[in-house]
Write a protein that binds this ligand. Structure first.
Ligand code: ZN
Length: 270
């Protein structure tokens, strides 16, 4: 199998060994996360940490990469489907499965070199970004939406790379207190959101490219960035919010707020 990665040797000297050792977390195995897992396996990422609490359902089959009708019949966990997909390409991979909400076993994510957030909702995103900042882990968030207008549908999405010490999702205005409050107010009333496979593929592919860019010397890595997807025009462009925050430091996360917060008590009173 020595030729498995021969066509990607352009990624740079030592890249494949680095990818083999790379520990990458994927939180959420919906339409976006399942694409990410598949691509990470193809490129040779040998230590994925894969999190999702759900089993595959028939409504997922229009976009859940790797899932089959038989999986739905057998009520197979999404994490197991991803594991099978990775194992088929990388039999030696050291795969960590979290068949639960990522917060329930977050300690397994602390040693990740990069984490992908493929989650629904701003609250979950805010929690994952706070976790990543605390443990100095680059976070790549992806998401898409289909909005119904009067006589048409608009597909939109985003890929945000949030680097420790650089601009965060709050800096870009993607997460705001108003959005979090609105989401909490409407909790449980969101209804069924429309979803389709190809926008997730665009977003996941762009996100995986950013991750490989961080670890392989084939191209200069970019810092924190916000890319906007227009699914009707089929474009991915740099958000103008980047220009709006240029020259300003992130004021939402502080250099000292790192490590395990549970040890931040006063030892003199113990
Ligand atoms: Zn910020």
């Amino acid at each position: 199998m020595k030729d498995q990665f021969s066509r990607q040797s352009f990624l740079g000297e030592g890249s494949q060994e680095r990818l083999t050792r790379l520990r990458i977390g994927v939180c959420g195995l919906g339409g976006g996360g399942s694409h990410v897992v598949q691509q990470l396996a193809h490129v040779g990422v040998g230590n994925p940490v894969i999190c999702d609490p759900d089993i595959a359902k028939d409504v997922n089959l229009n976009r859940l990469i790797g899932a089959t009708v038989v999986d739905v019949h057998n009520e197979r966990a999404k994490t197991e489907i991803s594991e099978r997909l990775v194992r088929g390409l990388l039999p030696e991979a050291e795969i960590v499965l979290i068949p639960d909400k990522w917060q329930m076993q977050a300690e397994l994510l602390r040693s990740c070199h990069i984490i992908f957030g493929c989650l629904d909702g701003y609250g979950e995103r805010a929690q994952l970004e706070a976790f990543c900042r605390r443990f100095l882990i680059p976070l790549i968030d992806i998401g898409m939406d289909v909005h119904e207008l009067e006589n048409s549908y608009v597909i939109s999405g985003q890929v945000i790379l949030s680097m420790p010490g650089e601009h965060c999702m709050r800096c870009y205005g993607f997460i705001t207190d108003a959005k979090l409050e609105e989401e909490a107010r409407l909790y449980g009333a969101a209804g069924v959101k429309p979803q389709v496979v190809w926008p997730n593929g665009v977003l996941a592919s762009t996100a995986v490219g950013l991750a490989i860019n961080l670890v392989c010397p084939w191209s200069e890595p970019v810092g924190s960035t916000y890319l906007e997807y227009d699914g009707n025009r089929h474009t991915v462009t740099v958000s103008n919010r980047l220009a709006a925050v240029a020259g300003r430091a992130c004021k939402h996360y502080h250099a000292g707020d790192v490590g395990d917060p549970f040890f931040a008590f006063d030892l003199t009173v113990v």
